[in-house]
Design a protein around this ligand. Sequence first.
Ligand code: UDP
Length: 486
Amino acid sequence: METPTKPHFVLVPWIGSISHIVSMTDIGCLLASHGASVAIITTPANASLVQSRVDRVTPRGAVIAVTAIPFPAAEAGLPEECERLDLTTSPAMVPAFFQANKKFGEAVAHYCLQDAPRRPSCIVAGMCHTWTLPVARDLGVPCYIFHGFGAFALLCIDHLYRQGRHEAIASADEVVDISVLPPFECKILGRQLTPHFLPSMSMGSGLMQEVREFDMAVDGVVVNSFDELEHGSAALLAAAAGKKVLAVGPVSLCCAPSLDPESDDARRCMSWLDGKKAESVVYVSFGSAGCIPPAQLMQLGMALVSCRWPVMWVIRGADSLPDDVKAWLRENTDGDCDSKCLVVRGWAPQVAILAHPAVGGFMTHCGWGSTLESVAAGVPMVTWPLFAEQFVNEKLIVDVLGVGVSVGVRKPTANVLTAGKPGSGEAKAEVGAEQVKSALEKLMGGGVEGEDMRRKALACKAKANASLKEGGSSYKNLEELIQSCV
Ligand code: UDP
């Protein structure tokens, strides 16, 4: 058999949300730009997303193979094409999704174990693809995990597990101390922790235990971050876990795609921004799947239309909002290129938006992808965490890095993993319009506090760029990842 000249990486992105798939695709492109051969395995309904991204960002001369393997959604009692966890609409669908994912894993294993050239020299697995580990062990190749979280959040989760807190969070109101980066104090409420530590969780503790065991058993962790950002979190995690933790990002900087030329939304966003003054715009988005309950959305909307700055506001699930909210949105936000508040109902070209000189602040749900993209663009944030590890990311943004101001959310928003319906929630808004405006004023108002955040964000941007250049930390970590598989 011919010996391969360069390592062959097989990436299997977790099909949790678009953001997982996109960041792992970008990591594939990065590996290819360093000379590795790369294959990305996904499901049929997600393949066009991966393929179109690969087509736009693959470095010249590199080849990335995209393979679709059927996902047995219908067999598990799910609707056809329910091939991402964020497409499940009720907690009851979640166990069925994981059952289908297991079957998908068997098919992927069969595919990988066939003869060369399909045989990987390394597998990089998305966080819940626990079935990749036996495949890697059978083949005698390393298995790395990619969670989609930053190193600080991973360090906090690891710390809590080592303390046995997954069995011992007594109540949602308990204050949990996760001060893993002294001198920074980090305390959050039980209810603000990741699903691993929540008792009322639709995934069930058995599954979380399986994911934790997978995490402990893999050979290393790949992180979309850069070492200079998270105050040594990656090194601390590597020491605690006894394995490599390699920060290779920010992927948004090296793989920033050109705009999708077919997308009207993208063109509309960019031409609206072109007409605005430098650093004057607030960009508002809650990620690829974040839905805010209607009453809260109205309070946010009232703040956005009456604040002093032009606003670009991405709304997910706008079609299923109540009629009165839809009508209010139509009356107050839509319009032409001169409008003060531009609502985007489709997919916004976020990386390009954040890089536009007109954008001065980002109101974000603190998803790790968005957090890192903001930092990489040097844009300070107003933080509005919804769930998952986003409350922990908020601590990093506000308290450790000093690049954002918290809007003051204390309760997580319902989602399928925490046994709630996405976008549902209390009839009363937790955060009032005045509270939102006060956070915006702090960030955008030109005061000392906001300008300090902006300065710090720009310093992060410079470090992010340096980390990816030859000799930089992320560049070296990527080489180390490739070398560990030769
Ligand atoms: N994103 C985008 N356009 C949108 C919404 C999201 O490009 O309209 C991208 C964003 O740039 C980021 C990802 O989707 O890369 C969201 O990831 P994050 O980790 O912030 O949040 P999640 O979607 O996982 O909650």
